[in-house]
Design a protein around this ligand. Structure first.
Ligand code: 6PG
Length: 261
């Protein structure tokens, strides 16, 4: 099922992290040589941490034209940027503080002070950066997958799933109702990119590792289309590619396990 994406299976989380780092380095070089800039949207969560560390070290660090890279975030918890739950903090500590990327090309999604202002500010930033006749959507959007089928902060049965026009929205994650069951979720406001923006990307990469993700990976990739329950199914890039980078454990329940479809 091509619209559900192509699947690449790696031996373990380290190989998966390296696979994603290679893809980002290749796409960065290609975009910069073709158009002079590369835009990447980073995911939060624990899974991409090792990828970010690898990108901050040779050989990836030296292969990427950092002076031409623009970094955005797919979602953010509305906490101060120094809070341990901040996606910005994780990416800065593991990657952005260690590479020669111009500071004004890092575009954090900060919503601790005012969510409506943050939503409006990020929406205009993205519209200015990506709206035609500029470059189109982001070159690469990196996403994780929650064990309840959420991605970015598109949580099951939340109003943001019906969004058709706006590119940025606020979401309340209520641990008690199950909309947001990750340990770092809790009762928390978040701001997220919406499916309409994510689907403008040239490449969307879902990254998942570990046996705990195997069932939801199977459901999202091969199960019936129920995007209200499995919001990750909303991600179908209109003109771009959808790639799943999984380790053997996360791919264990896929019929395609171990093969390129
Ligand atoms: C976040 C996310 C979220 C995450 C998944 C998977 O900020 O929490 O962007 O969508 O990617 O919950 O999280 P793990 O990688 O920690 O399993």
């Amino acid at each position: 099922m091509k619209e559900r994406g192509t699947v690449t299976v790696f031996a373990d989380p380290e190989a998966t992290a390296s696979g994603v780092a290679s893809l980002l380095a290749e796409e960065a070089k290609r975009a910069v040589s073709e158009r002079g800039a590369f835009s990447v949207v980073l995911s939060g969560g624990a899974t991409p941490r090792r990828t970010y560390e690898l990108l901050s070290e040779p050989p990836f660090r030296d292969a990427i034209p950092w002076e031409r890279v623009h970094v955005f975030w797919g979602d953010e918890r509305c906490v101060q940027p120094g809070d341990p739950r901040s996606n910005e903090r994780m990416a800065r500590e593991t990657l952005l503080d260690k590479v020669p990327i111009p500071r004004d090309q890092i575009h954090p999604l900060r919503c601790a002070e005012s969510r409506p202002a943050a939503v409006a500010r990020y929406e205009s930033l993205l519209r200015a950066f990506f709206a035609p006749p500029a470059v189109g959507g982001p070159d690469v959007i990196l996403l994780g997958l929650g064990d309840n089928g959420h991605t970015a902060s598109l949580f099951p049965y939340t109003p943001v799933l019906a969004e058709r026009d706006r590119w940025v929205a606020e979401v309340f994650v209520d641990a008690a109702t199950g909309a947001g069951t990750t340990a770092a979720g809790g009762d928390l406001w978040r701001v997220t990119l919406t499916a309409p923006l994510i689907n403008t990307a040239a490449i969307v990469v879902f990254m998942a590792t570990g046996l705990a993700k195997a069932s939801v990976v199977r459901e999202v990739v091969e199960g019936p289309y129920h995007p209200d329950r499995l919001p990750a199914q909303l991600i179908r890039p209109t003109h771009g590619g959808l790639r799943w980078f999984l380790d053997e454990e996360a791919a264990a329940h896929l019929r395609l396990s171990g093969k390129e479809p």
